[in-house]
Design a protein around this ligand. Structure first.
Ligand SMILES: [Zn+2]
Length: 164
């Protein structure tokens, strides 16, 4: 997943928090999502159950690093042919999820996506923009990416902007 800059709509409602025993870390994954081969790019993230509109789907966790360090890591990964998963948290901070396992790392860009990313207090969460059926690929609209407009978009939308 390329570095991306989420939009921040105010109309998205959070899911009610699930009760859990004291001392148990919260699992940010609220709905079942699986990684599977995508027609858009590589592995994608797919809904494994029905997800109602506006609900929080889950989060991508990772290491918060300075954006300058993120660019250095991206260049190193490009040299070594490695894949990176990074999300801009702000102008100065970037979340590096490359070492993580959260399945939403695999969410691909689409020009007419069915989810939206929200960054709050350094946490990156995905919310459903509409009802999502089991088996649908989860997509989000990325802002400017480290690809600098050189990556061809294959989202298949008639309103595709063409490049990332
Ligand atoms: Zn597109």
């Amino acid at each position: 997943m390329p570095t991306l800059r989420p939009s921040d709509p105010t109309s998205i409602a959070d899911s009610p928090p699930a009760p859990r025993p004291r001392g148990t870390p919260a699992d940010p994954q609220k709905y079942a999502v699986i990684a599977a081969p995508s027609a858009i790019d590589g592995l994608g993230a797919f809904a494994a159950e029905f997800i109602p509109a506006r609900r929080k789907i889950g989060e991508i966790r990772g290491e918060s690093i300075p954006t300058t360090e993120a660019y250095a890591r991206a260049r190193a990964a490009a040299r070594e042919g490695g894949r990176i998963y990074m999300i801009a948290l702000s102008e100065r901070r970037t979340l590096d999820a490359t070492a993580g396992t959260d399945v939403l790392r695999h969410a691909n860009h689409a020009c007419e996506p069915n989810t939206v990313l929200k960054v709050q207090q350094g946490r990156v969460a995905f919310y459903a923009l509409r009802d999502i059926q089991p088996g649908e690929e989860l997509t989000a609209r990325y802002g400017p990416t480290h690809h600098g407009g050189k990556l061809v978009c294959r989202c298949g939308s008639p309103r595709c902007i063409g490049r990332l």
